[in-house]
Design a protein around this ligand. Sequence first.
Ligand code: HEM
Length: 160
Amino acid sequence: MAETINQWAVITIILSGIALCVGVYLIRRGLREAHMRAMVTAVTLASIFLVLYLTRLALGYEKKYAGPEEWRLAYFVLLISHIILAAANLPLALGAVWNAWKGLKAAGNLGNIDAPAARGYFNKHRAWVRWTVPVWLYVAVTGWIIYLVLGRWGEVIKGG
Ligand code: HEM
């Protein structure tokens, strides 16, 4: 049961990371509507991941590192930085989406983002995403590394 939830959690968070990269690519090409859809998808998938992950924790499923001793410290540095930045990612993403949403409401539509009432929100959106995107990418990449390390050297200590 917990193993199945874990597999779905992995699938949703990988898809979320892909949607994030697609969304950044789309806005670089000026495709605002498609950017919005990709980012709403990324945030929705990340929220589903969070629910699955917390359910898995509640079921008591956990793995511990049982790999080579000389890599233990490096693994924990990676794990701790991942956890801290994953927690930071939530308010960062909320700040980014909140300002985009307020901007969209003020603009009326995404063709009108330079309207005076909307511009400030989108400037804030840009300021938030300057942190949100790198943090999110770091969390995604390190999460993937941790998953691979635990797949190879992890030991289930409870649940399963
Ligand atoms: C967490 C979710 C989101 C992330 C990470 C994100 C990321 C980005 C990035 C990287 C840029 C380019 C910034 C720059 O060029 O300096 C951008 C711009 C933009 N985003 Fe998002 N975005 C998100 C959600 C949204 C949503 C939900 C909307 C729709 C309401 C939206 C609308 C826009 C618009 C209109 C721009 C262009 C702003 C401008 O040219 O001033 N974004 N976003």
